[in-house]
Write a protein that binds this ligand. Structure first.
Ligand code: XMP
Length: 495
């Protein structure tokens, strides 16, 4: 296993993604955890904001003989730990050319000059004797160093814009740490995961909410394969769903699973009354889900969820220092006093891998190609208080938007498309009458794993045709806007 120590970098999840793409297990730790007693083949110190003098790590592992790679702030920490100096220097941001100046293991097999992504304002002023410089840029002498099994990179090998970034990380993980490179295999994943699930739950019952989305469908099929009739899949109509959701689930999943359908719309709406804070909404929805599950069967011991790796990165502060962005989890925010133990068989996977597993389990392409839909449903797409009236408006608009994309043949080019209803009204004129109605946002993004996303570039005619239809057909909306923000800096959902 490779351990990443999270020093607060916004890219920490990308390092993890790159390592897991090589097929090697990876865990992200906060800086105050002692790593010496764990089975670790290599340690990566991430970058992070700020000044190296403020970094506090249990640094003993640097003398343990385990290979260590420091990236940006992590690299500066290594220099300081061994007595070198780091100080304010020439700032480098963005694409920068570096050149290899010495033979090295970490940069093996790479062109002499290549472009890397830099983002730093401090630099190494004096390098401890045990290390030697292996690459420099015009402004920074120590762009990369190595000595023994310790390596430092001032640039970010994990970001897409760094040429040979994958090769550099592979050099570290495979050649230096001795891990085995493995392409992801859906069939061996299914085999080993079903065994693991059986061992974990033994004879207990496992419940799970299935929404008809890719993650929960794949998770449910895996559970069914692992524990058979002891798995209780439940579809909860929260009243926060899109139009026709229950029918879709019946059509797509009843061939594989015997799902219990529960109508709990009133319950969910009542706990959301008067609530407009996004995290509070998520938490109340999460709590309600648990109450509903508890009522299904008193003997249930486990709750299975289709949580993926990116959900955990973005929701759990304990995974490192990167901040909680949203309390994801598939059903919303889970309560602290959870009456169930969790089974999350997909938690190491990214969406593209989940789709491969779904295919392996025989799930139809129509389910696998569905856009993601969040567990808390339309509640996080209605900014401010959720009311029945707003749900009705959003449902109609969303239906027109998404079906329009299907009709135009654009649905499969887009990772996720949906509408958001704002708590803002604006003045309009329709049929010579003044109107004063809601503003609605159309959002469509492309992505590979939901962790970063780009705005989908519609043809102007397509976009205006969709917007015009919504304003014409949905009562309560007189203005439509298109969200052009990527992730980061925004997130995909608005809440
Ligand atoms: P954000 O908005 O964080 O979303 O950029 C990334 C992806 O995750 C989905 N999402 C959720 N999925 N439960 C889920 O099952 C949730 O609470 C949740 N919140 C966001 C979102 O739709 C996007 O695909």
């Amino acid at each position: 296993m490779i351990a990443i120590i999270d020093l607060g970098s916004q890219y920490v999840h990308l390092i993890a993604r790159r390592v897991s793409e090589i097929g090697v297990p990876v865990v992200v730790y906060p800086p105050d955890v002692s790593l010496c007693d764990r089975e670790i083949r290599g340690i990566i110190l991430s970058g992070g904001p700020g000044d190296v003098n403020r970094v506090k790590i249990e640094g003993n592992f640097l003398r343990s003989g385990i290979p260590v790679l420091g990236i940006c702030l992590g690299m500066q920490y290594i220099v300081k730990y061994f007595g070198g100096t780091v100080d304010a220097g020439k700032r480098e941001y963005g694409s920068t050319e570096i050149r290899i100046v010495n033979h090295s293991r970490i940069l093996k097999g790479i062109e002499k000059k290549f472009k890397v992504w830099m983002s730093h304002q401090y630099e190494v002023k004096s390098l401890p004797e045990r290390f030697r410089v292996v690459a420099s840029s015009e402004d920074t002498e120590v762009a990369a160093f190595e000595g023994g099994d310790i390596f430092g990179l001032q640039f970010h090998p994990e970001v897409f814009h760094t040429e040979y970034g994958k090769e550099i990380l592979r050099n570290f993980v495979v050649d230096i740490c001795g891990e085995e490179e493995k392409a992801f295999s859906a069939s061996s994943f299914v085999k080993s995961k079903t065994g693991e699930i059986r061992e974990k739950v033994r004879n207990s019952k496992v419940i799970a909410g299935v929404s008809g989305g890719v993650d929960s469908s794949v998770m449910a099929l895996l559970l069914k394969k692992a524990v058979g009739e002891k798995f209780l899949p439940v579809f909860v109509d929260t009243g926060l769903l899109r139009r026709g959701e229950e029918d879709e689930v019946k059509k797509n999943l009843s061939a594989y699973l015997s799902i219990k359908f529960i109508n709990a719309g009133e319950n969910f709406l009542s706990v959301l009354k008067g609530v407009s804070d996004p995290e509070e909404k998520r938490k109340r929805i999460g709590r309600k889900f648990i109450e509903v599950f508890k009522r299904v069967d008193e003997d249930v011991e486990f709750l299975a969820q289709g949580t993926l790796y990116p959900d955990r990165i973005e929701s759990l502060p304990q995974i490192g220092q990167s901040r909680t962005i949203k309390t994801h989890h598939n059903v919303g925010g889970l309560p602290e006093d959870m009456p169930f133990k969790l089974v999350e068989p997909l938690k190491e996977l990214f969406k593209d891998e989940v789709r491969m597993v779904g295919r392996e389990l025989g799930l139809s392409e129509s389910v696998l190609s569905r856009h993601p839909f969040p567990g808390p449903g339309l509640a996080v797409r209605i900014i401010g208080e959720v009311t029945r009236e707003k749900l009705g408006i959003l449902r109609e608009a969303d239906h027109i938007f998404v079906n329009g994309l299907v009709d135009m043949g654009l649905y499969d080019d887009i990772w996720q498309a949906f509408c958001v209803l704002l708590p803002v009204k604006s003045v309009g004129v329709m049929g010579d009458e003044r109107t004063y109605e809601y503003v609605l946002v159309m959002r469509a993004v492309t992505s590979t794993d939901g962790m970063t996303a780009s705005t989908y570039r519609f043809g102007w005619d397509d976009l205006t045709r969709l917007g015009d239809r919504i304003v014409r057909e949905v009562r309560g909306v007189n203005r439509v806007v298109y969200d052009i923000t990527s992730k980061p800096p925004a997130t995909i959902e608005w809440e």
